[in-house]
Design a protein around this ligand. Structure first.
Ligand SMILES: Nc1ncnc2c1ncn2[C@@H]1O[C@H](COP(=O)(O)OP(=O)(O)OP(=O)(O)O)[C@@H](O)[C@H]1O
Ligand code: SF4
Ligand SMILES: [Mg+2]
Length: 339
């Protein structure tokens, strides 16, 4: 399934955004920080897919963008193919830029509505190189074949395509420069279930054909489980569970992962309740970089915490749960993992 070589390694990654929201904040003249990504570590091997799952605002896109150096980290290290790329300048990063691509979450923002599909793909092909017109035409034909799009669509504008077709254009554009590592950010969102399956199958086929490695981001655990070899579950900026996809699906150990599954079940029966959370909704106050947690972040919503009679161990600032091993390649951030 996987080769031995690690293509991407992320060590203790932090990304804090300053939040200037609120009158109180501006009067106090202090800065509030949102720990969008808070000490996240993982690695992805060649030809492997790691799924990153969690509710809106938990920090998934921020990880993707930081890894691709589209935004600088607050702390931590990013290693690509064994090389520390964290501190590279834009010029120093140029050789890697081609190899590391993103399929963007917001396609309407990412695909220029005034450009025809042919021009969008041509632009991607000519960012790093100056191919001849004949080479461009040949490569565009290849890309269309790869993502299963009809040639006739080249003359269309993005607004004239279906959601699934737009996704395929987004994928083709990311593949234009022949990357080795791709961050696929919510590539199935806002699509019908049958089209979601087509996009997942396409990405899987492309992985085999082009030997790609993926960081696959989604809020939907079912989709993540379909395509990923391993899965990291995020809650409010932290990884709370990480392991092989089958284990995360069949035997989740963190209460949040179990809640994520049950909320999916609710959704399929049409009785879904909102499980949306937002970091900005939390009362972080003035963020303390030295002691950034006040116990378990999931406690206010944790069913196990309630069942156990709200043990202080869970919420004590001195005993925040650490990510620890509970089985082979299986890590959980919880004092009372599910059995
Ligand atoms: N440029 C920014 N400035 C300030 N805060 C930001 C910025 N980008 C993201 N955030 C905040 O960081 C947190 C994480 O955002 P992020 O977009 O990474 O979440 P996400 O998991 O991708 O969510 P979604 O599922 O909605 O795409 C959120 O609270 C968000 O409001
Ligand atoms: S540490 Fe306590 S509050 Fe946090 S997830 Fe585990 S049981 Fe729930
Ligand atoms: Mg996102």
């Amino acid at each position: 399934m996987t080769t031995a070589k690690t293509i991407l390694e992320v060590q203790n990654l932090k990304k804090y955004y300053s939040s200037s929201k609120g009158l109180f904040t501006s009067l106090r003249k202090t800065t509030n920080f949102i720990p969008a990504v808070d000490d996240v570590s993982f690695y992805i091997k060649e030809n492997e897919t790691m799924g990153l799952v969690g509710e809106t605002g938990c920090g998934k896109t921020t990880i993707g963008k930081t890894v691709l150096k589209l935004t600088p980290p607050t702390a931590g290290r990013i290693l690509y193919d064994g090389k520390d790329i964290t501190g590279l300048s834009q010029a120093g990063f140029r050789p890697y830029r081609k190899q590391m691509q993103m399929i963007f979450q917001d396609l309407d923002a990412a695909l220029n509505p005034k450009m025809r599909i042919r021009s969008i793909l041509k632009e991607a092909l000519t960012v790093h190189e100056r191919p001849s017109d004949a080479q461009v035409d040949r490569r565009i034909a290849e890309l269309l074949e790869m993502v299963n799009l009809k040639k006739g669509k080249l003359n269309n504008f993005p607004g004239e395509l279906s959601g699934g077709e737009k996704r395929r254009v987004g994928i083709a554009r990311s593949l234009a420069v022949d990357p080795r590592f791709v961050v696929a950010d919510e590539p199935t969102s806002a699509l019908d279930v049958s089209i979601q399956a087509q996009v997942v199958n396409l990405l899987r086929d492309l992985q085999q054909r082009l030997k790609l490695s993926y960081l696959f981001i989604s809020h939907d655990l079912r989709v993540v489980e379909l395509i990923s070899h391993k899965v990291a579950v995020m809650y409010l900026g932290q990884i709370v569970e990480m392991g092989m996809a089958g284990k995360i699906a069949s035997a989740p150990r963190h209460p949040y992962t179990a809640v994520l599954w049950s909320s999916l079940v609710d959704k399929t029966t049409g009785e879904g309740k909102s499980v949306v959370s937002d970091l900005e909704g939390q009362h972080w106050g003035v963020f303390d970089f030295e002691r950034p947690t006040t116990g378990c972040r999931f406690a206010p919503r944790c069913p196990v915490y309630e069942v156990k009679g709200r043990p202080p161990f869970c919420t004590n600032p001195g005993t925040p749960p650490e990510l620890h091993r509970v089985g082979e390649a299986h890590m959980v951030r919880c004092h009372y993992p599910l059995q």
